[in-house]
Design a protein. Structure first.
Length: 721
């Protein structure tokens, strides 16, 4: 049943009821006339009785006619009164019938009108549903959000005809205007529309009207058309602030031969509100994905390529050079005593040095060469189609430039940095990436052993063996430290961001030398990984850290149980021997599994998704939790977040360290935090070294923080002072 059928039913019903009322009124009028005639007849009959009495000259004492006439007069009077009573009752019934009929007519009219309104609303909702069914987000649609909007509008146009759809974004003080026309329009008309919308949208967004504006135009149809700008009506909805520097307006302009009814306006605004969320989200996510895609192959601190890109380009370069019989060189550059720079001038000055060195190297090498940061203070340069002598010349050039370069710390102190450089050549020193990387490690180690600040290359096999033997001696020393349990955990506090309340500790491996000196994990973890000693290291760290936490809790009766974050290597995902160790030790000392959180870096965790699923499942079956460390450090595809769930995510400290100065780092951290919050994952910010960084993380709603500003690592768990 549609609205027109309901209108016909309403008119027919009203006609029938009107006819019924008219018939009742006629009957009542006819009855009143008959009653009046009868009453007149009764009155005339009474007069006749009086005349008869006079004619017969009946005396009062006559007994023959008097009783008969009196009886006749009384009966006429009774009949007259009875008729009057009957008519009065009849009139009352007619009035009631008329009132009830009018009531029925009014209710019927109201119900039909209500049904008609509901039908209109249903039709509008159906049209709304058809439009909304087109608004389904996907990765492809997010990356091509402008075309995505155009597809939605094609359906939107079928349901709610419009002449112009527009989006205005104010982002980082730049105004962008996107116009979607129903038909093609002459350039003068479009020019007038552009001027008007740029002015109006800039005013509504609080932006100078004379500022430059980027305009993009789209046409839903190739058919020519026209627009009466003076008669055009507009509906708009504001874009919520999905990003601190993104605001905007979204709306439609239309020309109808009638005013929109209230329901149509409401439906249109609701659809616009949904499109606001979709378009606003799509634009922000699209931009974020571009940033994440960029930083999947670039180092966020120095803005040069990272290790992942190096591995990808090396596969191509080795294959290309083998096919064309071309050489290339690899330089590995390791800054000498860079730890002293961080310890003396602070990590911010250390970051500044790394950025300046990357810029210096980038300006010196050729355009076709590839500069990468391997991590920490290590750089690698691929010199394409370069013979050994050419590699030596460039390596010496870089070494001398760096030695002469003067750096300034935050407090104005000047200092210099030197580097040791190892050089290997393809194909002389190896034809496989693994062999070339091993060769770089060996020659770089040789440069360090020979006094640093030199260029070293693999001159012969004998020298490489000698370097390998030296490396092996260090391995033996490390194994001895493991056997003597001189690898011990240090504890750094993890705090609630909003309150700074201590909630747990991260364990950091330290090696205690026989002379009592302490060696950081950064100085031996690479060797442990290279010689497959990490499982032994993990086992020792798990046992000692859990026992230390239990000891601490016994010494602080009534204290709040603290969570313990323990680092694992990727090898543990496969063998999982640590689980039995953790269960056994935790059971012995009475530490609930819920207090223990195991963490692995993102790069190690995501190498095998199916293996990671199984690992997380077994981990949680035993009551333990999981934290993903260095989140965002090198992956542009987050599909694993759909398949895996982490209790905690530690955002890569490389982003956090430089947030105060780097808008890019702030953007990345904020978007990563929003992503985790939407997925129900708690976030931890590392490397919190200043109050400014802590305040920023608090504003970004990062759940927990750790860093030197809050607490330094110690040999024993410490409560807050």
């Amino acid at each position: 049943m549609n609205a027109s059928v309901l209108g016909e039913l309403r008119a027919h019903t009203l006609t029938q009821i009107t006819d019924l009322l008219s018939s009742q009124v006629k009957n009542m009028t006819f009855a009143e006339s008959i009653t009046a005639l009868v009453a007149d007849g009764y009155q005339e009959m009474a007069g006749k009785i009086d005349e008869l009495e006079q004619i017969l000259n009946i005396k009062p004492d006559s007994s023959s006619w008097r009783p008969l006439l009196d009886q006749l007069r009384e009966e006429v009077s009774i009949l007259s009164k009875t008729l009057e009573t009957l008519f009065t009752e009849r009139r009352s019934q007619w009035q009631n019938n008329i009132s009830q009929t009018i009531g029925v007519m009014q209710k019927t009219s109201w119900r039909i009108q209500k049904i008609q309104t509901l039908l209109i609303e249903k039709e509008l909702l159906d049209r709304q549903s058809q439009v909304l069914s087109e608004i389904i987000l996907s990765t492809e649609k997010i990356s091509l959000w402008k075309e995505f909007v155009q597809k939605i509008l094609a359906k939107f146009q079928e349901m709610f005809p419009f002449d112009l759809f527009f989006i205005a974004f104010l982002e980082e003080h730049n105004l962008s205007l996107f116009l979607y026309y129903k038909t093609t329009l002459p350039e003068p008309v479009r020019e007038e529309i552009r001027k008007r919308f740029i002015r109006d949208m800039a005013m509504e967004l609080g932006h100078p009207t004379d500022s430059p504006c980027e305009v993009e135009e789209f046409f839903l149809s190739s058919e020519p058309g026209s627009i009466d700008l003076d008669a055009m009506k507009t509906l708009t909805v504001n874009v919520p602030e999905y990003h601190t520097e993104l605001s905007g307006i979204l709306g439609v302009s239309y020309l109808f031969n009638r005013e929109l009814i209230e329901q149509e306006t409401s439906i249109l605004k609701s659809i616009l509100s949904v499109m606001v969320m979709v378009i606003g989200s799509s634009k922000v996510i699209s931009r974020t994905l571009l940033e994440l895609s960029y930083y999947s192959t670039h180092d966020p601190l120095t803005d040069i390529h990272n290790r992942r890109y190096f591995n990808e380009i090396m596969d191509y370069e080795i294959d290309r050079c083998q096919r064309h019989d071309r050489p290339f060189c690899l330089l590995m550059i390791d800054l000498d005593n860079f730890k002293d720079v961080n310890d003396t001038y602070g990590h911010l000055s250390g970051d500044m040095v790394l950025r300046e060195i990357a810029s210096l190297f980038r300006q010196t090498i050729r355009k076709g060469d590839v500069l990468c940061r391997f991590g920490g203070d290590e750089f690698v340069i691929l010199l394409s189609e370069t013979a050994p002598q050419g590699g030596i010349v460039l390596a010496e050039t870089l070494r001398k430039l760096l030695q002469k370069n003067e750096f300034l710390s935050d407090n104005g102190d000047s200092f210099h940095v030197t580097a040791s450089i190892g050089l290997v050549n393809f194909p002389q020193d190896g034809t496989l990436l693994h062999d070339l990387l091993t060769g770089m490690d060996l020659v770089l180690y040789r440069a360090k052993e020979l006094g640093k600040n030199i260029v070293s290359q693999a001159r012969d096999i004998e020298s490489s063996i000698r370097v390998a033997r030296l490396s092996r001696m260090h391995v033996e020393e490390f194994q001895k430290a493991l056997e003597e349990k001189r690898i011990q955990p240090y504890f750094q506090g993890i705090h609630e961001t909003a309150t700074r309340k201590l909630i747990g500790y991260e364990t950091l491996a330290r090696l205690k030398n026989t002379d009592g000196s302490i060696v950081s994990a950064a100085d031996f973890i690479h060797m442990a990984q290279k010689y497959a000693l990490v499982p032994d290291l993990d086992a020792q760290m798990i046992e000692q850290s859990i026992r230390a936490l239990a000891n601490h809790q016994k010494q602080t009766p009534g204290g709040v149980p603290r969570r313990l974050f323990i680092n694992l290597s990727s090898q543990e995902i496969e063998n999982r021997d640590f689980l039995s160790i953790a269960r056994s030790v935790a059971g012995d000392v009475g530490i609930p599994a819920e207090q223990i959180v195991f963490e692995i870096t993102e790069r190690e965790a995501i190498g095998d998704i199916s293996g990671m699923k199984s690992f997380l499942s077994e981990l949680r079956e035993n009551g333990f939790s999981f934290a993903l460390d260095d989140f965002g450090s090198g992956y542009n595809s987050f599909h694993y977040l759909r398949d895996l769930h982490f209790e905690y995510v530690k955002i890569d400290g490389a982003f956090i360290q430089n947030m105060v100065r780097s808008k890019t780092d702030r953007t990345l951290v904020k978007n990563l935090a929003c992503l985790c919050r939407d997925l129900g994952i708690r976030t931890i910010g590392e490397y919190v070294e200043t109050s400014d960084i802590l305040e920023m993380l608090h504003e970004m709603e990062i759940d927990f923080v750790q860093g030197f500003f809050l607490s330094t690592p110690g040999a024993y768990p410490q409560e807050q002072s």
